[in-house]
Ligand binder design. Structure first.
Ligand code: ADP
Ligand code: MG
Length: 251
């Protein structure tokens, strides 16, 4: 036993994670660890297994073997719902917002029921919800769009709204699959700003292709290739890794 060293507390500890689809290992003996308040980005060629990693963490896909510990709790045994309850929020590639509802209503329906104001009078709850919705709307640059129907938002604004719908549930780990795909340059910059704001009190795991964006936000990067980690470290480290250069130039 080591003396004077404290065991490190990871928010998320993935170890030996493997999933096999008819014998094909889309994720193959993957291990990585996320710190609290960390922004980690997973990059890698198409088909590398990036989305599958998020599917495994959020319980959409069941692992063949390995473990995913979130704040010491084993997630591989939990249902998707229980994983959300445990504090893991996940945004999919295509935004799943309600087009015919306003921005306010979209955020309102995502407000966790029965939490914090449990048992409170209806008007008290309404005030708490409104306050939280406005706070989130401000963060996602949609404060002046609260009464706007979601279908009238730009593609980028829809992506932000979906991030807001996750934020209102206050997850400790937020996972985003290609959040800036299809966004304009200015929207990308604002999204990077948004991620830096929402990091406070939580960790974010992002899949992204846009290298400029990755450089803006990542504390650490994982390069995934054929379901395995090819390289891991700062953007500077992985960019200069000969193995990474080979995989990317080989395409
Ligand atoms: P990425 O997000 O890195 O582009 P994916 O995680 O989507 O890659 O896919 C990795 C590989 O796993 C691909 O070859 C894909 O076809 C396969 N795959 C992903 N999900 C399934 C599934 N549910 N059933 C069978 N094969 C799958
Ligand atoms: Mg993907």
């Amino acid at each position: 036993m080591e003396i004077g060293t404290q065991p490190k507390e990871f928010l998320l500890a993935v170890s030996g994670l493997t999933v096999s689809f008819d014998g094909f290992k889309a994720v193959n003996d993957l291990s990585f660890y996320l710190d609290p308040d960390e922004i980690r980005v997973i990059i890698g060629p198409n088909g590398a297994g990036k989305t599958t990693v998020l599917d495994l963490i959020c319980g959409k896909t069941k692992a063949t073997s390995g473990s995913i510990e979130f704040r010491g709790k084993e997630l591989t045994k939990l249902t998707e719902n229980a994983i959300v309850q445990a504090g893991v929020g996940r945004k999919f590639q295509t935004p799943s917002i309600y087009d015919d509802l306003t921005v306010f209503e979209n955020l309102e329906i995502s407000y966790p029921r029965g939490r914090t104001v449990f048992g409170a009078l209806t008007f008290k709850r309404d005030a708490a919800v409104r306050e939280r919705v406005e706070e989130i709307a401000e963060m996602i640059f949609l404060k002046d769009k609260l009464e706007t129907s979601a279908e009238l938002l730009s593609h980028g604004q829809k992506q932000w709204l979906e991030i807001g719908m996750l934020l209102i549930q206050d997850p400790e780990l937020l996972m985003l699959d290609e959040p800036v795909a299809g966004m304009s340059v200015s929207e990308r910059m604002k999204t990077a700003e948004l991620l830096h704001t929402i990091i406070k009190g939580r960790s974010v795991l992002v899949i992204e292709h846009d290298m400029k964006f990755v450089e803006d936000i990542a504390h650490k990067v994982i390069v995934l290739h054929q379901g395995k980690i090819l390289s891991e470290g700062s953007m500077e480290t992985v960019k200069n890794d000969p193995k990474v250069i080979e995989v990317y130039l080989g395409h």
